[in-house]
Design a binder for this molecule. Structure first.
Ligand SMILES: Nc1ncnc2c1ncn2[C@@H]1O[C@H](COP(=O)(O)OP(=O)(O)OP(=O)(O)O)[C@@H](O)[C@H]1O
Ligand SMILES: [Mg+2]
Length: 508
């Protein structure tokens, strides 16, 4: 496309590369947020029943993020910034992941942690620029002429040393063939050259497949098998996709959509082997001239109606790790007209801005705070903790007795939600050890004794302080929630004290 490379390799490059990645089977691993499948909102942005799409409680914050979702989905507004603020473990990252899931695959969503910008390979502002440009998608429309139909027959003739016009024998084999394609309305026979025969056998095309052939490049794509052939074979791989035999003319104009991000276009155009750098992640710094050129081209394509800008989301978690330079860079970046929506999250209270002696709410300078829409997350109630734990049990495939769940929920309230979540798989292992499929209350008690939470660990430290190395007992310990009457350094104390007799109290 006029000077600027969009794709790499021979056929389709990035766009087709993206598709291949999507077709790969997903690795099934359970992560901290793998139970989150969306924001769990209905059409009027009200939270659906508890646990919908893995989301529990936090109704106000979810509603607010739902509004942001609408804003992004309509694609009109960029350059807005949302701050998710709240205590540790109140679901800030979970809500951001829910937003990503809700937006789907076609809207770019970039996730990074504040500390990622501090790398030796590139400057902080370059890292942020790359992240911002990763979050802006370009949807490029291309019209191509294709032939689309169901394969009726492939006939291949192999002739030995066919004669050419001069009557001299040619050495070797020569393949010729015919391909019969049909739609529900017509059928045509095409002559095949050697190259097409090779392409057909490479794609393992057989009679009954529905295919498209790009007229310009000759690229063959298998769409699936025709429904009419579904009964031909008993054994069919689970990946076989059945499609209808196409209707109408064999030759069609088809709109092909390529989804790429601005950053991908940057990388491909900034290096000789640009697209390889995309896979290696070693993109280095990109010259501003390259970016300017690309921006100008994108504007041109947009005016011609060939491309659409899809503003996505840049999510910066633990944003208090950014310093003054980064914050002022973001201030400015948000005002450019190709800015994505910025979502940031922090669990800090009034604390020092990194690299300065100034204190500010959330550790974010006031001028940036002023540009933010702030959504706060609230601590969970007992019932909500219980529901989150049961959602996690389902995700981790753990069966838990009611009273065990109740105890775990209480542990979650007394210690932290994360600690309780981690106890699920541990207590399930304890249950397996005594050959039981269900986690009982004793299993939970057992792992509660095996793994101490932060508060118990700190209490232990205070008791045996003298016996540890480099002990310096001062009021900093309040940070870890042992003494929860004192606020330290503006950071919010962890709520709830240690209740030593919790285990006793919970015994029936
Ligand atoms: N409303 C919720 N529904 C379902 N799961 C949740 C919800 N809130 C939190 N969780 C789960 O609880 C765990 C902790 O939440 P999360 O990591 O989102 O906390 P956070 O607010 O980002 O904390 P931090 O400030 O420490 O980063 C995660 O596994 C998360 O998926
Ligand atoms: Mg988090």
């Amino acid at each position: 496309m006029s000077g600027i490379k969009l794709t790499s390799g021979e056929n389709g490059g990035i766009a087709s590369g993206g598709v291949t990645v999507r077709e790969m089977t997903r690795l099934e691993r359970i992560g901290a947020h793998s139970h989150i499948r969306g924001l769990g909102l209905d059409d009027s942005l009200d939270p659906r029943k508890c646990g919908s799409q893995g989301m529990v409680g936090q109704a106000k914050a979810r509603r607010a993020v739902g509004v942001i979702y609408r804003m992004i989905a309509e694609g009109k507004i960029g350059g807005r910034a949302i701050l998710l603020a709240g205590k540790p473990g109140t679901g800030k990252t979970a809500i951001a992941m829910g937003l990503a899931q809700q937006l789907g695959e076609d809207t770019p969503f970039t996730t990074m942690s504040g500390s990622e910008v501090f790398s030796l390979e590139m400057s902080k502002t370059e890292a942020l620029t790359q992240a911002l440009r990763r979050s802006i998608g370009i949807r490029i429309l291309e019209e191509t002429e294709v032939m689309e139909g169901e394969v009726v027959e492939i006939q291949i003739d192999t002739a030995f040393g066919g004669e050419n016009k001069a009557g001299r024998a040619k050495g070797g084999m020569e393949k010729t063939g015919r391909l019969t394609l049909c739609t529900t309305d017509m059928e045509t026979v095409y002559d095949l050259g050697t190259k097409m025969i090779e392409a057909l056998s490479k794609e393992k095309i057989t009679a009954g497949d529905v295919i498209t052939i790009d007229k310009a490049s000759g690229k063959i794509t298998k769409l699936g098998r025709s429904f009419s052939r579904s009964r031909d074979y008993d054994a069919m791989g689970s990946t076989t996709r059945f499609v209808q035999c196409p209707e109408g003319e064999l030759q069609k104009r088809k709109e092909v959509v390529h989804n790429v991000s601005l950053h991908e276009i940057d990388v491909i155009n900034s290096r000789q082997q640009g697209f390889l750098a995309l896979f290696a992640g070693d993109t280095g710094e990109i010259k501003s001239e390259v970016r300017e050129q690309i921006d100008a081209k994108v504007v041109e394509w947009r005016e011609e109606g060939r491309a659409k800008i899809v503003p996505g989301v840049l999510f910066i978690d633990e944003v208090h790790m950014l310093d003054m330079e980064c914050f002022s860079f973001l201030n400015r970046a948000l005002e450019s007209d190709m800015a994505p929506v910025l979502v940031i999250a922090t669990n800090r209270g009034i604390s020092k801005i990194r690299g300065t002696e100034y204190k500010s709410p959330h550790g974010i300078p006031l001028d940036l705070l002023d540009r933010l829409m702030i959504v706060s997350t609230e601590p969970y109630s007992h019932d909500e903790v219980r529901k989150i734990l049961s959602v996690r049990c389902e995700e981790e495939d753990v069966e838990m007795a009611d009273d065990a769940m109740e105890l775990l929920a209480r542990i979650g309230i007394e210690t932290s939600l994360r600690y309780a979540i981690h106890m699920i798989i541990a207590s399930s292992l304890a249950a397996t050890k005594r050959k039981s499929a269900t986690v009982e209350i004793d299993d939970v008690k057992r792992v509660y004794r095996l793994f101490v939470d932060v508060k118990r660990s700190t209490q232990y430290l205070m008791e045996y302080n003298k016996e540890f190395m480099f002990n310096e007992l001062d009021d900093r310990t309040t940070e870890y929630g042992v003494d929860n009457n004192n606020h330290h350094d503006g950071d919010e104390p962890v709520e709830g004290g240690v209740s030593g007799d919790m285990l006793m109290a919970s015994s029936p």
